[in-house]
Design a protein around this ligand. Structure first.
Ligand code: ADP
Length: 163
């Protein structure tokens, strides 16, 4: 049986917290698809293509991990990919309400797909893409919080927008 899981998110940008989750699950499934989407409530700093490229580079050592982008309903995309599992990260209680609502809505839309919640290493539990962007925009050093290619891309974006 081919066990496929989708790890969906905005990933604007991909952080070491996201990488932590991918690293934990990569051997538990035959294939893990990191799927970039546009969350309409967020205005992304990186284009979808840029986010996909940065994630590809960050997970290039993991042969079971694929990176893709999608639009529309996640459950429809999961079905198209023959995935029975959606992976989401849970950092703190603050994530829980929204994640539970989404998981229950997705189950209502397609009862054949389960959501698995993953806890990152405690050292990544404070990390969010939003915070990384905010700190970087004020010149803070975020290189230890994101993959190397993401750090370089953030520096590039920020120096472009400030000059
Ligand atoms: P979304 O807009 O879908 O929430 P994000 O890129 O913010 O997209 O997050 C994608 C998934 O990764 C979510 O399940 C989120 O809870 C999880 N996540 C984000 N940051 C971390 C982290 N530091 N550690 C573990 N999981 C995380």
């Amino acid at each position: 049986m081919n066990r496929i899981a989708i790890y969906p998110g905005t990933f604007d940008p991909f952080t070491n917290g996201h990488l932590d989750i991918v690293t934990r699950v990569r051997d538990l499934f035959d294939r893990v698809v990191v799927a970039v989407t546009n969350n309409p409530s967020k205005t992304p700093l990186f284009t979808t293509e840029e986010r996909v490229a940065l994630i590809r580079e960050s997970v290039s050592a993991f042969p079971s991990v694929e990176v893709d982008a999608f639009e529309g309903l996640l459950v429809d995309y999961a079905k198209q990919k023959s995935a029975k599992v959606i992976l989401r990260g849970l950092r703190a209680v603050s994530d829980f309400e929204y994640e539970l609502q989404m998981a229950l809505m997705n189950r209502w839309l397609n009862a054949g797909i389960e959501t698995f919640f993953m806890a990152p290493n405690a050292e990544h539990s404070f990390l969010s893409s939003g915070l990384v962007k905010e700190v970087a925009s004020y010149g803070g050093d975020v290189h230890k919080l994101v993959p190397e290619c993401v750090g370089a891309a953030l520096t590039g974006k920020i120096s472009k927008s400030s000059g």
